[in-house]
Design a protein around this ligand. Structure first.
Ligand code: NI
Length: 163
């Protein structure tokens, strides 16, 4: 396993559309493991392929609950319901946070790390994370969707103080 470098705002890869993964093999599993390790290293909730410079439809999400990291290959939202106003950030935009409207509930279909079809229903934070990460696969970034006037810059020190 290895920690990958997270691409930041201004990197062209973040704006490109990712390609479907054809075969879920050991190489893909290794990338997914690296993505989880990278996610944990940055204390993030989600990470998508383009953020580590790979235009592959791969997403990892970890809400740090007892469900463990979720690894998704070729995820597709097949249903979504309602809206929630949330504050969010992105590992590719360090220290930036803004309010966004995300779906309140989503159902996502994907392959797991063994290439098996899975269906996951997410509400609240999980719905938000799925929506955010799947946007990355189409080159869409959270800054495209912010509610005007809500973008703020918070340093890690300030984040620590607010805890
Ligand atoms: Ni992001």
């Amino acid at each position: 396993m290895a920690i990958r470098i997270v691409r930041e705002d201004g990197d062209e890869t973040l704006r490109k559309k990712s390609r479907e993964v054809e075969i879920v093999d050991d190489r893909i599993r290794e990338i997914l493991n690296d993505m989880v390790e990278t996610l944990h290293n940055y204390n993030g909730v989600g990470l998508a392929g383009p953020q580590i410079g790979l235009l592959k439809r791969l997403v990892v999400i970890d809400l740090y609950d007892n469900k463990g990291p979720i690894k998704l290959v070729n995820p597709k939202i097949i249903k979504q319901k309602g809206e929630q106003e949330v504050e969010e950030g992105c590992l590719s935009f360090p220290n930036q946070f803004a309010k966004i409207i995300r779906p309140a509930e989503v159902v996502v279909e994907a392959l797991n790390e063994n290439g098996k079809k899975v269906k996951i229903k997410g509400e609240g934070l999980l719905a938000q994370a799925i929506s955010h990460e799947l946007d990355h696969l189409d080159g869409i970034l959270f800054v495209d969707k912010i509610i005007p006037g809500t973008l703020k810059y918070v340093t890690p020190e300030e984040q620590e103080e607010n805890k």
